[in-house]
Design a protein around this ligand. Sequence first.
Ligand code: AHG
Ligand code: MN
Ligand code: MN
Length: 340
Amino acid sequence: MQASAGYPIVTLNEFIINRQDEHPEAKGDLSRLLHHIGIAAKIVNKKINKAGLVDILGKAGEVNVQGEDVKKLDVFANDHFMAAIKASGEVCAVASEENQEIITFDEGLSREGHYIVCMDPLDGSSNIEVNVSVGTIFSIYRRLSPGGEQADVSDFLQPGTRQVAAGYVIYGSSTMLVYTTGEGVDGFTLDPGIGEFCLSHARIRTPDTGRIYSINEGNYIHFPLGVKKYIKYCQEIDPETDRPYTSRYIGSLVSDFHRNLLMGGIFIYPQTQAAPKGKLRLIYECNPIAFIAEQANGAASNGTGRTLDEVPVSLHQRVPFYVGSREMMDRVHGFLAEYG
Ligand code: AHG
Ligand code: MN
Ligand code: MN
């Protein structure tokens, strides 16, 4: 055995504490919250790994606020992340894809909590039954309402630029937690042997350009002309720009984004006739992903404006979403400006 094999290991918790030490003004409350999110991720990961073995694949018999069937794992993930966030004692309220209204924590320490959390507890849930990667997305803001009072929906209607931290967990062939606090993006892979998230992708930077475009081309007929033109551009032969590009689409935002983040690429979910405002949700899908993209050298928009600048008007608001490598984003913006 090599004495140095695998060392030095930096666990997620150690990393969070080291970061906190770099900020003498930090009181440790954000660290505590991130630590609890890491615990929930491990619990949900365990359950997802067993999804094929236990009776958890069927529908839970409810319809969520988006009008979609709620799977049992959606409910499980929602409950566990909610409980972990509450247990941190640092959060006064949570908005989740699975709950129509915000959930406020009104007892004890939580009422004084400085933070609110927005989350998509299980992203890509239609993929679970076929053993394809799913994820969890989270976003953390400072509350606007005074500590000690009950938080309300206006605490959540803040532009993405005000995020204090954001991240996702991808339950894939390995499970990873990727997050940012606005000082770059770091990724941690879960080592199942020791049950710890270990730093595996320090300071992730997405390439300036890439060769992957990710879009549900089944909706092609309904896309805006600018998007149709961009897709045709991706498919043209041009050795100088290494086209045609390659098309990859999993149908799980976290998984599609994660691949493109590491390899370079663009993900697009535009407005369509069926979804005139787009499909993805601003506060708990697009904003956290946009924050991570920007922190990793990428960009994110609704086609015309920066995602993070949009001021939300409602909790479950949908927006068109374009995210990825900067040069590819510039190119698609060019097509949208020209053709609409
Ligand atoms: P969720 O499972 O949280 O409802 O999210 C599903 C989303 C997202 O993960 C993915 O990018 C998108 O739906 C895929 O939509 P299409 O199947 O319409 O392509
Ligand atoms: Mn989702
Ligand atoms: Mn979801």
